[in-house]
Design a binder for this molecule. Structure first.
Ligand code: C5P
Length: 225
């Protein structure tokens, strides 16, 4: 199995949520379990790739052959990704990065003095777009969680962030709860010939293998044109 298109390739993958501190005891985050990103890292390892996994705070184990870098916030994740991206042949951005962080993190625990309080947030850097904008970039794969018009929104992101491929989850469907689930279904889109492939609902391990197959095919297809 280790002579496929990903054998010997360097894969950089982000997984899990990020956590944005409010004060020393509180944070803003989301329900990402990290399972899809970890499944992709493991499937890539089994396909013979050298895998670097930048993981937000999750309770998951990675194989000891996977180079794991643990981070907490989006800014830390960006820094870790940028420190590893030069050697990467493929970047797969699975992490559910918090879109905003606190403008100012309190250094003492906030006291409940009033009935209302306001937190001011600022946009986090888009890690995926930062990688896609690099002059000498790897093959860049994004993820998208969509609740409606999956193809339109996914293709929109493919174009706007100038990605090589995007894998879309249709969230909010009975057969695809996505968060913390062990199963997933994906619709994968790429620019050439309006490329599309549907990966039916299966374990995240199985879906990971299918997605890596498609990535391998498209990388090979691109090299011969
Ligand atoms: O635009 P949207 O957040 O829906 O795009 C999702 C994709 O962008 C995912 O691949 C996610 O990992 C990535 N992303 C990122 N940094 C952000 C926000 C999203 O890398 N700040």
């Amino acid at each position: 199995a280790n002579n496929g298109p990903l054998a010997g390739k360097q894969l950089l993958i982000t997984a899990g949520p990020t956590r944005e501190a409010i004060d020393p005891v509180r944070y803003i985050s989301n329900h990402s379990s990290g399972k899809m990103g970890f499944a992709l890292a493991e499937a890539a390892r089994l396909a013979g790739a050298m895998v670097t996994l930048v993981a937000g705070p999750v309770a998951l184990q990675a194989h000891s052959d996977i180079k794991r870098i643990d981070v907490v916030s989006a800014e830390q994740m960006l820094k870790a990704v940028m420190s590893q991206v030069d050697k990467a042949d493929v970047f797969i951005s699975v992490a559910a990065v918090s879109d905003y962080r606190l403008t100012e993190v309190m250094d003492q625990k906030i006291k409940k003095n009033s009935t209302e309080m306001t937190l001011t947030l600022v946009r986090n850097p888009d890690i995926l777009k930062s990688v896609a904008d690099l002059p000498n970039r790897p093959f860049v794969v994004g993820f998208a969680a969509e609740t409606e018009n999956v193809e339109v929104h996914a293709r929109g992101k493919l174009e706007k962030k100038a990605l090589d491929m995007i894998a879309a989850n249709h969230v909010g469907q009975a057969d695809n709860p996505v968060f913390s689930s062990d199963t997933n279904a994906l619709d994968v889109y790429w620019p050439a010939d309006n490329g599309h492939e549907h990966i039916p609902s299966a374990t995240k391990q199985s879906v990971a293998h299918s997605l890596l197959d498609i990535i391998g095919q498209q990388m090979s297809a691109r090299k011969t044109t």
